[in-house]
Design a binder for this molecule. Sequence first.
Ligand code: COA
Ligand code: AMP
Length: 634
Amino acid sequence: MEKYRSFYRQSIEDKENFWAAQARRIHWFREPSVILSQNEKGFYRWFADGELNLCWLCLDEQVNHGRGEQTALLYDSPVSHTKQSFTYFALLDKVSRFAGGLLQLGIRKGDTVVIYMPMIPEAVIAMLACARIGAIHSVVFGGFAPHELAMRIDDAHPKAIISASYGIEFDKIIPYKPLVDRAIEEALHKPPLHIFYERTPGYDQLDGKGEIDYNSLLEADPAPCVPVLSTDPLYILYTSGTTGKPKGIIRDHGGYATALKFSMDYIYNAAPDEVFWAASDVGWVVGHSYIVYGPLLQGCTTILYEGKPVRTPDAGAFWRMISEYKVNVMFTAPTAIRAIKKEDHEGEKLKQYDLQSLKYLFLAGERCDPPTYHWIKDLLQIPVIDHWWQTETGWPMVGIMMGLEVLPPRAGSAGLPVCGYELHILSDEGDELEKGKEGYIAVKLPLPPGCLPTLWNNDDRFIAGYLQHFPGYYQTGDGGYLDQDGYCYIMGRVDDVINVSGHRLSTGEMEELVASHPAIAECAVMGIADELRGQRPVALVVLKDGHREEEDLIEEELVALIREKIGAVAYFRNAAVVKRLPKTRSGKILRKTIRQMADGETFTIPSTIDDPHILEEIREVLEERKMGLAWNKI
Ligand code: COA
Ligand code: AMP
């Protein structure tokens, strides 16, 4: 481990020189002279006086270095039976024209633009075009319902919203325009410009005020790159927190570019010219960092896949992609592997393809259970690397740095701290815990380049949510421990965030919605273990007097409510009626105990419990309704 340890140590003990050297590996319009500084609020900033442009690094720089004819972007969509490929020249041309179109519409540096699109190249083009002119994009995952979109519109105040006719889920068409129209109707802020990409000509009726055909923007003269400050926002990406209001994570240009370059070299070990495939969605941070910006600024070929790991057309979908495009490095969520495993346990589909090009498979987004890890590792016979990070950080915090030293991954562990992240395991009181002891995972400030500088328009929430509990540290929201060799084990969130099929959602938000139903007196929403999805939310509800006869109807209404307000992705299927909820004597609902019971974990009944008999009643309801792995396994 010597190589890793020494490089890691430098990144912590001599951080300014370490990251200054990494920053010199990307092209700046103006090299930074200030490496690390703090703003007037004391928030850390990287490369404050540097100037650059991320779109330049992803496209112009690549073309200038002779990659014009190389494939930059491959689009493969089994759901629409489409394949397309764009060279760096072609992508630069489209992006700079679209950027010119945005300028013609009056969008300028610092303006915000919401992008709500399915997995089509036009989404990537729109993102890069915004970056090109210094506009701040905010991509909203296409699986979110209008209400979620409306909340993001109200927070980001976009000048334009860019969307497309429809998304495709397996064989189901999901029209987007009605969703966008509803979101705009609900939002208080009304974006003046609505740009629509017509996937099928004539599909949408673009006759409303401010509605513009996406393709008309591509007729504009190409726009040059606008130099931006390293600290200017590149994008806002909303993510779930403890309440219904999503948090707008800000990403800067300079720190992010430096960190992505570093990660492509040292973590993913992806060389320019290689094919990098992150099977995620552009609506998530993985899509931002490793479908769009990371692979392109590294000069790789990146892949946009509009499909699923299974049923598009079968459980060989991923293996077909790897073999057809000679993928070198792949990244996906454990859920996807579990879905494949469920349908093709013997790996028969995989045997039909030549996967020799594949060097590594990286997994993240949720905990990778050891059986899934071993299954895929044995099947692929290549390093399978679990690694841990979050929307907030933008790039991995823990993993195996394959481009530095090939160290053996350990099943159940997400790896070793990545350069720049000084990890500490703390007790609730902020004391350092010894190796092997589980506690809060916190990162000593300053965070390395690329991580969130603050939240959009909400410094107070940034402080309260991340910095306040442990002064001098960033609180990750995850719990876990370190072993004697420094390997990190992530044990799950310590707050109301859950991961359903790799989709980050808030049980706090669901609880607010469930509680808004007129028949509900009290409720608790928890994420319980799910064999395929990792976690899924369930509710226990106490009804107001007089509603006892309507149990089934109320459950149906609650399921419909979450689907309507958050989206089908929440996978909220159960709201079981109970007489009472288990609580502490001070009135706190024992959500963790309920979850542990459903998951079949051993647990101790909290000494502060108000009435232990309630737990027995809850257990009976969970068992009867088969809510939890504890009963489904049997
Ligand atoms: N737009 C609209 N609806 C969407 C959607 C999207 N982008 N993504 C999912 N949904 C819908 C689904 O159609 C489904 O709707 P339904 O209840 O009407 O059937 C619902 O949300 C639940 O979807 P999901 O949990 O994805 O279940 P599934 O059975 O459709 O697919 C998997 C299961 C495991 C194949 C799929 O979740 C998957 O590929 N997961 C990997 C996700 C991933 O890579 N995340 C990476 C983040 S790093
Ligand atoms: P997101 O912001 O959507 O990327 O979700 C981040 C959260 O997903 C983290 O805070 C973790 O709770 C979880 N997560 C991500 N990667 C892993 C991993 N490798 N192991 C366990 N949990 C993970």
